[in-house]
Write a protein of this length. Structure first.
Length: 348
């Protein structure tokens, strides 16, 4: 199918990923928008995890919003990387119980997830993108943030430096990973010197229109930075990052030690100080088992989807500064009013 508006062409196509037992094919949809003027290439990907659905809708909305204002360059997109997981409302590929975003760069002769991953990354690499934006969702109670792989073997590459530059233009909190996860799409791309950035955009499972709006505006910021669209009247800023003075935050996961039910005491977007209580855990009789105190100064990115606690269970995630200092309080004061709140825990 081919549509044309002014000097912009839009094309929809598919790549085959699996032949089913009834001899039909499962396919990945591809969207492309090309200006008549050459310029950068941006590749968008969504729904690698089948329950993280916002990316698909954000990509749809970007193609609607940009088709009349693209002045140069090309946008390609895989809006639905994991259709099997999406249809079953599961994170993994339902047929094989594999995490697609831990299966890159893939293998054309490997497992189902590895074969799909190989087709995806081969298709993306062939387009020689200026940046790949991989759209994900975090915990149900979380704020959006930009997430960049940060490992010793990639941080000096041109792709990493370009990714870092673009992360600074998103309008979101810049978060660097502290764990080397080689099987992700973004890590595999940067390892091949292709710039890539992960956008974590709020809750999974259902469409939150606020998060769709944030995602669209973030991508518009990036397109403006790449001069693919005219300068917007006002660039989107979710949180004012100026107080960070160009210092990124590092991702930190905190776990509990007791079993029971979690009562959260901090909400996404809160600035917490080291030692500050962030959750309490109670047993089945309501007896207090543990107060979980923040191990670092940081800003709360999100907390667990479940109030079930057991030793080593993730409870809350933070952005922390490398030098251990507290993030500026201005970050918390500017949290938009429509970010979901959390019921405060009762005192012990």
């Amino acid at each position: 199918m081919m549509a044309e508006h002014a000097n912009t062409k839009i094309k929809y196509s598919f790549i085959k990923i699996l032949q089913s037992s009834d001899l039909s094919y499962r396919r990945l949809p591809i969207m492309s928008m090309e200006s008549s003027h050459s310029g950068p290439t941006v590749f968008l990907t969504g729904c690698a995890h089948g329950d993280e659905v916002s990316g698909m809708v954000i990509i749809q909305e970007i193609f609607k919003a940009v088709k009349k204002i693209l002045i140069k360059g090309t946008i390609h997109a895989f809006p639905l990387l994991n259709p099997i997981g999406f249809e079953m409302a599961t994170r993994d590929i339902a047929l094989s119980d594999e995490d697609l975003n831990r299966s890159f760069p893939g293998d054309p002769n490997g497992s189902l997830a590895e074969r799909i991953a190989d087709k995806i990354i081969t298709t993306i690499a062939a387009k020689k993108p200026s940046i790949v934006l991989d759209l994900h969702n975090d915990w149900t109670k979380s704020i959006p943030y930009a997430f960049l792989d940060h490992a010793p073997n990639i941080i000096n590459s041109d792709a990493y430096k370009k990714s870092y530059e673009i992360m600074d233009k998103t309008g979101l909190l810049p978060i660097l990973d502290t764990e080397k996860v080689e099987g992700t799409l973004s890590y595999s791309l940067i390892s091949r010197n292709i710039p890539a950035l992960t956008l974590e955009l709020g809750e999974p499972y259902v469409i939150n229109e606020n998060n769709i709006e944030y995602g669209v505006k973030v991508i518009m910021n990036i397109l403006e930075h790449l001069e693919m669209i005219e300068k917007q009247k006002e660039s989107f800023v979710y949180l004012p990052t100026e107080p960070l003075k160009n210092k990124p935050l590092y991702f930190f996961h905190q776990v509990g030690s007791a079993s029971g039910v979690i009562r959260f005491m901090a909400k996404p977007g809160d600035i917490v100080k080291k030692g500050h209580p962030i959750a309490r855990i109670y047993n089945a009789f309501g007896r207090h088992e543990e107060t979980v105190n923040a191990k670092n100064h940081g800003i709360v990115l999100g907390h667990s989807d479940f109030s079930v606690s057991y030793p080593g269970a993730p409870i809350m995630s933070f952005g922390v500064l490398e030098d251990g200092s507290a993030p500026p309080e201005e970050l918390a004061l500017k949290i938009p009013a429509n970010v979901p709140n959390v019921i405060a825990s009762p005192k012990k």
